[in-house]
Design a binder for this molecule. Sequence first.
Ligand code: COA
Length: 168
Amino acid sequence: MFDLAAVRLLPELPDHAPIIGAITDEAFGPGRFVRAAERVREMAPHDQALSFVAEHDGAIIGSVRLTPIAVGRAPSLMLGPLAVRPDYKNRGVGKALMRIAAEAARAAGERSIILVGDPPYYAPLGYSPLPRGSVIMPGPVDLSRLLGLPLAEGALAELVGRVGPRRD
Ligand SMILES: CC(C)(COP(=O)(O)OP(=O)(O)OC[C@H]1O[C@@H](n2cnc3c(N)ncnc32)[C@H](O)[C@@H]1OP(=O)(O)O)[C@@H](O)C(=O)NCCC(=O)NCCS
């Protein structure tokens, strides 16, 4: 019997890379490499200190990554991929990963997180659609799926311009 309390959320380590790759392939299939969000993730490495895996019974069953980016000149984070192995879906693992990643980002002084995803899943976690045309992704994206979470007051209003790597 699965018990969410038995799931450990752990910071990502270099050794996790192969299993995270396998979980992501399983969740998204080969089409994932053409997604605009993937273009962003190719611009800069994700921040392992802000990326997490879910472990159950010694096995990694889900993961989430945050990548430092800039929107115009404003620093932000791009979330993704978020994936949970099929046998463990709908048990709260995805939302637990989302919450710990946001908490870690806030504690690190980050100001916002953006992502491309289904609004009904992310709205209860505080994400809302970004104003249309404000954030320019490096590829086609359904603008109703471009969402943001403020970690500091007024932080979403700063997000105007092209998504690119940070220059700091
Ligand atoms: C999306 C995903 C990460 C969710 O993880 P999870 O551990 O199954 O999610 P949780 O258990 O935290 O949340 C489940 C709830 O979200 C809902 N939900 C799941 N996917 C949803 C979606 N795309 N849109 C709206 N609601 C969704 C479920 O119906 C469930 O609702 P309930 O709590 O009312 O029963 C997982 O299904 C997955 O890996 N999917 C394939 C990859 C993917 O789509 N990643 C997200 C990219 S946008």
